[in-house]
Ligand binder design. Structure first.
Ligand code: GTP
Length: 306
């Protein structure tokens, strides 16, 4: 890998670390906890993450580029295939990997799928048992996950924690990860937290809120994009965004009776954006139909899934 950042301090360690695991185990929550900020969307719904979002943590001498990945699952459509492909891509050129599992439950077939993908990769692995706060039998559970790595020869470190509580264990794990990074110049400037544009990031915040509020299959049939972002002299951030649905019938379902649901999504997203940007935000939201976008390669590309 070559340095993208000519201003890197000397004698540095830097590398890429993929965060993998089945849907809904807390990968994005862990990424946000490592960075103490929100770079990736999280929700109670599986498959919230669609792209390999990169979150960057730097101290004076180390830089780790975490690559959050969509949950590994059996794909049902072109979007699902793209999501699984993001995982394979993330694993293809990394310096270490984090496998996140949910300690509240024993392993499932999806966990076994992930274990098979990573077991023989000769890179340091951090097995993270997450949701310890809500697990009844965390020690038994982590043992079951460890057993799926039987035969693995490369370094494995096992930790149980609660990403949501973001306690000292998260900081300790981050320090252990920094320790295994190879000697490299920094890949990004010291202050960067993510490689996403602000528009991509804000679109993900809107999608997160839409996914939390919509029901049934609808959360999976929406995409979001920000088309315009202007800053007024008084600091107000004016963001124009679209919620994309697959069918005309879905449009009304997103908008809701009298526009109530769209207003709720917009208000929740605006509040998040205001907190995270520490600025007043005007968020304009429109719902548009791109028929069958989840199966349409061109539409997928246009929506940033390429
Ligand atoms: N109780 C508890 N819940 C957690 C913890 N970490 C994450 N969660 C919750 O688990 C859910 C899924 O979290 P995400 O971070 O979106 O999970 P993910 O693995 O990135 O999900 P995908 O997008 O499906 O791949 C959310 O409702 C989180 O609030 C934890 O430490 N304890």
């Amino acid at each position: 890998m070559t340095s993208l950042n000519p201003d890197s301090p000397s004698d540095t360690r830097a590398g890429f670390v993929a965060i993998v695991g089945k849907p809904n185990v807390g990968k994005s929550t862990l990424l946000n906890a490592f960075l103490n900020t929100k770079v990736a969307p999280t929700s109670h719904r599986p498959q919230t993450t669609r792209r390999g979002v990169r979150g960057i943590f730097s101290d004076g001498t180390h830089q780790v580029v975490f690559v959050d990945t969509p949950g590994v699952h059996k794909p049902k459509d072109a979007l699902g295939k793209y999501m699984n492909n993001e995982v394979s891509t993330a694993l293809s050129d990394i310096d270490a990997m984090i496998w996140v599992v949910d300690l509240r439950h024993p392993p499932t077939d999806e966990d076994r799928l992930v274990a098979r993908q990573i077991r023989d990769l000769p890179k340091p692995l951090f097995l993270v048992g997450n949701k310890q706060d809500a697990a009844k039998y965390p020690e038994e559970a982590i043992g079951l996950y460890e057993a799926l790595l039987e035969g693995r020869e490369a370094d494995t470190t096992v930790t149980s924690l609660s990403a949501q509580k973001n306690d000292a264990k998260v900081t300790a794990l981050r320090a252990q990860i920094l320790d295994v990074l190879p000697e490299n110049p920094f890949f990004f400037p010291q202050g960067s937290a993510s490689d996403q544009s602000r528009e991509q990031w804000a679109a993900e915040i809107v999608r997160e809120q839409a996914m939390m509020k919509l029901r049934d299959e609808l959360p999976y049939a929406v995409a979001t994009r920000v088309n315009r972002w202007t800053e007024r002299d008084d600091g107000l951030q004016r963001i124009e965004a679209e919620i994309v649905v697959e069918k005309a019938a879905h449009k009304g379902m997103v908008i809701g009776a009298g526009g109530k649901q769209l207003r709720e999504i917009g208000t929740a997203a605006r509040k998040q954006l205001e907190t995270l940007l520490n600025a007043k935000v005007f968020l304009g939201l429109e719902v548009v139909v791109i028929p069958g976008w989840r199966e349409d390669p061109e539409a997928l590309r246009e929506l940033g899934y390429e």
